[in-house]
Design a protein around this ligand. Structure first.
Ligand code: NAD
Length: 198
């Protein structure tokens, strides 16, 4: 279906032409979530050259284009996925860790290199009170959300990672709004390119 959209109007950045341009280091319309993550990392002065970046998840929408973005930025990139044998060891080598697996609390605090920058892309709704308590601890104010709404939104990174990481994006309110911002940025860029070419 994506091939039916003209690449110049592909503001999601998912068309094979646009993904191909990213792979060849001549990006035009870039997949919004990885684009937002790179913009976020650059905005806080993150450096990439010679640094280990680990991506957890290899989907077409997030993990793969994220790896291309990080490679393009100069990082040494490891991509992990459901067949990865020792995820803890791979994640532990990361100076920058981007997690997009769709598994609540998958990445644990003890896996993280102290001081690493951790980007939690995951958005998962947990409706099991036992799971929510195990993730946040029985005293967490986040459990009030659960009681009010019958569920709570959690990332793919366990909350305990906050104590080890140098920086960690929140869920909700971290990468999600950034994705929307990049979608708007792509939309403006696509409109300007059309105007420029008549
Ligand atoms: P997906 O299901 O298409 O891909 C998940 C990937 O994670 C796969 O490559 C799979 O191999 C890998 N994976 C699954 N279990 C794993 C494990 N135990 N260890 C290592 N890798 C594992 O999902 P997606 O579309 O990439 O989305 C991932 C998460 O990101 C979801 O929670 C989704 O809701 C969220 N998401 C958020 C945004 C945002 O704007 N913040 C945008 C897109 C997706």
């Amino acid at each position: 279906v994506i091939e039916r959209i003209h690449p110049d109007k592909d503001v999601d950045g998912f068309h094979p032409y646009n993904v191909g341009r990213l792979a060849q280091r001549i990006p035009r319309l870039r997949p919004c979530t990885p684009f937002g993550v790179i913009e976020l990392l650059k905005s806080v002065g993150e450096t990439f050259y010679g640094r280990n970046a680990v991506v957890v998840g290899a989907s077409n929408h997030v993990g793969r284009p994220m790896a291309l973005e990080l490679l393009h930025a100069g990082a040494i990139v490891t991509v992990t996925h459901r067949f990865t044998k020792d995820l803890a060891a791979d994640v532990g080598a990361g100076d920058i860790v981007v997690v997009a697996a769709g598994k609540p609390g998958l990445v644990k605090g003890e896996w993280i290199k102290p001081g690493a920058t951790v980007i939690d892309v995951g958005i998962n709704r947990v409706t099991d009170a036992t799971v929510a308590r195990a993730l946040f601890g029985a005293e967490s104010p986040r459990l009030a959300d659960f009681d009010k709404r019958g569920g709570v939104i959690v990332g793919d990174v366990h909350p305990e990672v906050a104590a080890v990481a140098g920086a960690l994006t929140p869920v909700p309110g971290g990468v999600g709004p950034l994705t929307i911002a990049m979608l708007l940025k792509n939309t403006v860029a696509a409109a300007q390119a059309r105007t420029a070419t008549g």
